[in-house]
Design a protein around this ligand. Structure first.
Ligand SMILES: C[S@@+](CC[C@H](N)C(=O)[O-])C[C@H]1O[C@@H](n2cnc3c(N)ncnc32)[C@H](O)[C@@H]1O
Length: 214
């Protein structure tokens, strides 16, 4: 599995954190049964942190780029109020079906709307004023997603970008994806309009907020 934590430590985190709902547990189990692709699931360390942000920031509208089997979406949706909405984008209809099947069984599934297609094409048609935006797909376009998403962030909104440490490879970028992530990290840090920090949860989360909120 990619990332800094072993599967054993991820399991330890799950066992020593507030228990997730039964649908979240069965979705996690089904995703793990997929084998190596399951490494794409952000898991409970990231999922619980995102859920916490949704709660403390009183989020009502969430945008996610990168649904996969829907675990992070369901974790975040479970902290939304009844009239909250989460829009999540992905290109993969097969993994999205696994997501939708589980969301349908959850009391929070009705808050989630899936948009299928290349995010760069679909984002334009998605509304704005999102209180939380989670970017977790297509590393080569991280900075493009940021440029589009910053206009969609509510005044008090938080943007979270996953895998910004890329298993440590950002220290010595040797391929396109790592270069893109490292460039994204540098550009965000240089952007005077935004406050940012990297939190070393799992593979590294970049937390971004408008500077005028500090
Ligand atoms: C790391 S996974 C998302 C994991 C999910 N957020 C979770 O925590 O369970 C990345 C997902 O991005 C999707 N993806 C890749 N390129 C994309 C693109 N150009 N537009 C939309 N989705 C894309 C992939 O199909 C994959 O399901």
């Amino acid at each position: 599995m990619a990332g800094f934590l072993s599967d054993e430590l991820e399991n330890y985190i799950t066992e020593h954190s507030e228990k997730t709902g039964s649908v979240e547990q069965s979705l996690r189990k089904e995703t793990l049964s997929l084998g190596s692709p399951s490494g794409m699931m952000s898991g409970d360390s990231v999922g619980n942190f995102l859920k916490f942000l949704v709660q403390i920031n009183h989020c009502k509208r969430i945008l996610e780029i990168g649904t996969f089997t829907g675990y992070s979406a369901l974790m975040m949706a479970s902290a939304l109020p009844e009239d909250g909405e989460l829009i999540t984008c992905d290109v993969n209809s097969k993994t999205s079906k696994i997501a939708q099947n589980h969301w349908n069984k959850s009391p929070h599934g009705g808050k989630i709307k899936l948009i299928l297609g290349e995010a760069l094409n679909t984002l334009g048609g998605i509304g704005d004023s999102f209180d939380l935006i989670f970017i977790d797909a297509d590393k080569n376009n991280y900075y493009n997603y940021f440029e589009i998403c910053k206009k969609k962030l509510s005044n008090n909104g938080i943007m979270v970008v996953d895998n910004v440490l890329w298993s440590g490879r950002v220290l010595n970028p040797e391929d396109d994806q790592t270069e893109s992530i490292d460039t994204f990290n540098k550009k965000i840090t240089a952007d005077k309009a935004f406050w940012n920090t990297i939190v070393p949860i799992r593979d590294g989360l970049m937390i971004i907020r408008r500077k005028d909120n500090f």
